[in-house]
Design a protein around this ligand. Structure first.
Ligand code: NAP
Length: 247
């Protein structure tokens, strides 16, 4: 390959960008971490697994003569973000961050912003007793000591232990709709919701359901993703990329 594009993926924006690039006749390789058992696959070439840190990524970019990299990974995938910033700099390959906008509070919302999952766990005892935990399968150890609370833990694949002692596990993947989120929260008598500020429409329905049911929400702020200029739409990422590749 000469002059192709690497999209660091695992998000719906990454899949949309890969499709658009394929549509423009660009050779695109999408890269996935390999964490999800049956990932939604983007169009174009796909490679699965880590690169071996920034040095491994820089080597891979040079070997595959990559002309441009778009880091379209999830807002909370910090390590690959840091690796992408350092590895692309090392290899001298132009790079762009594609990051969807965060969620915004609406009138009637009762949101409690925190910086980490540990802070979310610390905030919970004052807010509710039946927790809908939707922060993903990683880092749930932060909640493992909360033995007086009950948790409905929802994630795509089974979470990494340890988990809170009193919980029910719900394995599912969005998109979700407001009506079903409201029914779920009512059925389980959820009185507090925990989420990362993932942004996007695929999983936003829980926030609307929480507003309707007057359920407080603990929202984990996004980590900083320094080292790359960023855009928030697939269209902007596409325009940037098309300027840097041979078609
Ligand atoms: P992470 O902690 O930032 O990354 C851990 C390691 O996994 C990286 O150092 C890298 O290994 C490898 N890796 C991560 N994303 C990769 C990719 N797209 N292609 C190739 N290697 C990748 O990542 P994470 O938070 O576990 O997320 C893993 C993937 O799931 C990401 O692609 C992300 O977009 C997606 N995702 C994450 C979340 C979340 O909440 N964190 C939610 C939804 C989807 P090497 O150092 O060996 O290169």
């Amino acid at each position: 390959m000469n002059g192709g594009v690497l999209v660091l993926g695992g998000t719906s924006e990454a899949r949309a960008l890969a499709s658009a690039l394929v549509g423009h006749g660009v050779h695109v390789v999408s890269s996935l971490a390999g964490r999800v058992a049956a990932p939604r696959l983007p169009e174009g070439e796909v490679r699965i697994g880590g690169f071996g840190g920034p040095d491994g990524l820089a080597r891979w970019l040079t070997e595959h003569r990559i002309a441009a990299v778009v880091d379209a990974t999830h807002p909370f995938a910090e390590r690959i973000g840091a690796s992408a910033a350092a590895g692309t700099r090392q290899a001298g390959v132009p790079a762009l961050r594609l990051q969807r906008p965060g969620w915004e509070q609406s009138p009637g919302d009762d949101w409690h912003w925190v910086d980490t999952l540990a802070d979310a766990a610390a905030a919970l005892p004052g807010l509710g007793e039946r927790v809908f935990l939707t922060s993903g399968r990683q880092g749930l150890a932060a909640f493992a000591g909360l033995s007086r609370l009950w948790f409905l833990v929802r994630c795509v694949d089974p979470p990494e232990p340890p988990l809170p002692p009193s919980h029910e596990l719900l394995l599912s993947r969005g998109p979700y709709h407001v009506g079903e989120e409201r029914d779920l929260m009512r059925r389980y008598r959820v009185d507090v919701l925990v989420t990362k500020d993932s942004g996007g429409s695929m999983t936003a329905a829980k926030l609307e359901a929480a507003r309707e049911l007057a359920v407080p929400v603990v929202v984990v702020r996004r980590p900083a993703r320094p080292g790359m200029s960023a855009v928030s739409s697939t269209a902007d990422a596409l325009a940037w990329t098309l300027q840097r590749v041979n078609r």
